[in-house]
Design a protein around this ligand. Structure first.
Ligand code: ZN
Length: 133
């Protein structure tokens, strides 16, 4: 993905060997930035890219098998969410139930471990959505 960031954008992409205090790289666009420089968009939240508005959201071309596999993955998540809703018996909407489930995962695994996993999961999701995994 080749994207151009306007000169007046608050975050500057880093050049390949440009030194940075806290280099972060987007798994989608491949651009890097220095998360140690505070701007309106940085430090970026976990699994987010300050250049997202420039990402190319052209629908990915997946094979039938890749689409089926992603639907199967979504089905696993749906079953997990439904089981969690049944176990906790909270009776909330999906969004609230999902937040509760993720919060409980943080209790189980520890906040930092979950935040790292959320970043990895976002990378996996993007790759699977593009048909790369
Ligand atoms: Zn990006």
């Amino acid at each position: 993905m080749k994207i151009t960031i306007p000169k007046d954008f608050p975050v500057r992409p880093l050049k390949r060997n440009q030194p940075a205090e806290d280099r972060a790289t987007c798994g989608t666009c491949g651009l890097s930035w220095d998360d140690a420089i505070p701007t309106s968009l940085t430090p970026a939240p976990a699994a987010r890219c300050p250049f997202e508005e420039f990402h190319d959201y052209e629908p990915p071309k997946l094979t039938r098998a890749q689409k089926r596999e992603n639907a199967r993955r979504a089905g696993h998540a749906r079953q997990t969410l439904e089981a969690y809703a049944e176990i906790t018996d909270i009776g909330e909407d999906d969004e609230t139930t999902l937040c509760d489930m993720l919060a409980d995962m943080m209790h189980l695994l520890g906040r930092e471990a979950v935040e790292g996993r959320v970043f990895m999961a976002a990378e996996h999701y993007e790759a699977e959505r593009r048909g790369e995994e």
